[in-house]
Design a protein around this ligand. Structure first.
Ligand SMILES: [Zn+2]
Length: 214
């Protein structure tokens, strides 16, 4: 069941690893299918050893439909996000270093480079602390994501979302680059921040009908 989608989830997780956004078995990747089932990575497994059968299939209420692995400990939060943001089908959670570092100091990662609004649809809010592996982490995400594709979880990491896994992946990778650039700029002066109109243009230019291949 959902062989292709499971492979896509593992491929996404391996790309997150390649871009150094996750390490060992940290973070997770989830996807809601057209039929409304939720596929989620298992708890505490190295992504490079993961095979499609390791990805767990659940219904939106958290009952396991298929799979023998223990599902990600963040599943309550993931299901809450999917239930409460209907246009979101993909959820990625990472402990990416640079975005998390910004979250320890700032209340928001401002749009200083165009790639941030390209992929995350604007500046990214830092949500107050919530415990890992808790429903509260999902509630906090929904409350602070502000129709963007990412939120920074203070003292923890990042959640990115999208209609597709690709959108959530781009949000995570470009968020990290933007955070890194922002931190480097701050170390030598005051970063120039894009104004609202420039942010809007950057969002528009990256819409799927304009950017990339069909
Ligand atoms: Zn975590």
């Amino acid at each position: 069941m959902y062989e292709n989608e499971k492979k896509e989830i593992i491929k996404t997780a391996l790309l997150l690893k390649e871009y150094r956004l996750i390490a060992l078995s940290g973070g997770n990747v989830s996807f809601r299918t057209q039929k409304g089932h939720v596929l989620a990575t298992p708890s505490g497994m190295l992504y490079e050893t993961m095979v499609p059968e390791d990805v767990v299939v659940l219904n939106i209420d958290g009952n396991i439909i298929e799979g023998t692995r223990r599902v990600s400990v963040d599943i309550e939060a993931i299901l809450y996000i999917l239930k409460n943001i209907p246009e979101v089908n993909a959820v990625i959670h990472t402990h990416q270093v640079y975005a998390s570092a910004v979250g320890l100091v700032e209340d928001e990662l401002p749009a200083a480079v165009t790639t941030l609004p390209n992929a995350c649809l604007g500046p990214v809010t830092v949500a107050p602390y919530s415990s890992a592996a808790s429903l509260e982490m999902g509630i906090t995400t929904v409350k602070y994501i502000n129709n963007k594709r990412a939120v920074i979880l203070k003292n923890h990491g990042v959640i990115t979302v999208g209609g597709t896994l690709k959108e959530a992946l781009y949000a995570a990778v470009y968020l990290e680059d933007a955070a890194k650039t922002y931190i480097m700029a701050k170390s030598i002066g005051t970063p120039a921040i894009l104004d609202a109109e420039q942010v809007e243009v950057a969002v528009e230019k990256f819409r799927p009908e304009k950017y990339g291949q069909n």
